[in-house]
Design a protein around this ligand. Structure first.
Ligand SMILES: C[S@@+](CC[C@H](N)C(=O)[O-])C[C@H]1O[C@@H](n2cnc3c(N)ncnc32)[C@H](O)[C@@H]1O
Length: 271
């Protein structure tokens, strides 16, 4: 299937991903879309070890809903789970309508698809809200409902293409929405992302696994939760000219403006 904005691609683990013509990026790694959700987000988030009766997860960039799918297939069946997911494009819904996994994932995917189609899904154990619109506005709205999250899947497109969801101000906001023992997972290891996370108050760890080709980042609020990136390495990141973070103090600046202001700051720092 193909439309003007998206193209379906089969990845190495047999699961499909979508290539976005706007972002000129695939939504997942070619090495395995579903496995990426499981290994870069669900497992390292530590959510599977939590014993709470009610878990809350923030999923940034619904995309094809694979992070949610991997979570629902792995989570203990006696736990209630609420997921808030953000997405600003519905233009690829027809691709999702026809997705099939030919195993128990199909049952969970029908729930996830229903949330994407209708905005919400709930069966008393699993509840999913897909907030359509810019994720920054949705985040600000969530601040008002008082819910804190046990895990955050930070999964927009890459920082260079999707910088409005990788700014210092954005990470400061997410910090406020996380429980003390929550972990934020991401595939990015970009210097400016690590510095932004650190300046927002997070401790950082490597997101590594023998099957990844590239290291990502985990960040968290409580010291000792995970083995931290050393102070020496953090200092090297902060002192590198490439680590100037994206900034967006109004949380509504244009993507191009955010990227341009960072370029200017890098030039100013070099003079
Ligand atoms: C890499 S894909 C996410 C893949 C997804 N997590 C999954 O499991 O399939 C990134 C998604 O973020 C969405 N996105 C990018 N910028 C956004 C923004 N400012 N607000 C809301 N959604 C955004 C894109 O439309 C895209 O669907």
């Amino acid at each position: 299937m193909k439309n003007d904005k998206y193209k379906m691609v089969v990845t190495e683990d047999g699961s499909s991903s979508l290539y976005s013509e706007n972002f000129t990026e695939l939504m997942h790694t070619r090495h395995g879309a579903f496995n990426e959700s499981l290994e870069k987000h669900v497992i390292p988030s530590l959510i599977l070890n939590k014993e709470k009766k009610q878990l809350n997860v923030l999923d940034i960039g619904f995309g094809m809903g694979y992070n949610i799918l991997a979570l629902l297939t792995e989570i203990k069946k006696n736990q209630c789970i609420h997921i808030d997911s953000f997405e600003f494009d519905r233009g690829y819904i027809e691709f999702l309508r026809n997705l099939q996994f030919n195993d128990e994932k199909d049952i969970y995917y029908s729930k996830i698809f229903s949330a994407f189609e209708n905005g919400t899904y709930s069966d008393g154990i699993i509840s999913i809200s897909v907030h359509f619109g810019d994720a920054r506005t949705s985040l600000l709205n969530l601040l008002n409902n008082g819910r804190l999250y046990d895990a955050v899947f930070q999964d927009p497109f890459s920082p260079s293409k999707n910088c409005e969801l990788w700014t210092l101000d954005y990470f400061k906001l997410i910090y406020k929405l996380m429980c003390d023992d929550a972990v934020l997972t991401t595939y990015s290891n970009a210097f400016q992302v690590r510095r932004a996370m650190s300046e927002a108050g997070f401790y950082l760890a490597r997101n590594v696994n023998s099957s990844f080709r590239k290291e990502g980042t985990l960040c968290f609020k409580k010291r000792g939760l995970l083995p931290e990136i050393s102070d020496q390495e953090l200092l090297e990141i902060i002192n590198n000219y490439k680590s100037v973070p994206f900034r967006d103090d109004t949380l509504k600046a244009d993507r191009e403006y955010i990227a341009e202001e960072r370029r200017k700051e890098i030039v100013r720092n070099k003079i």
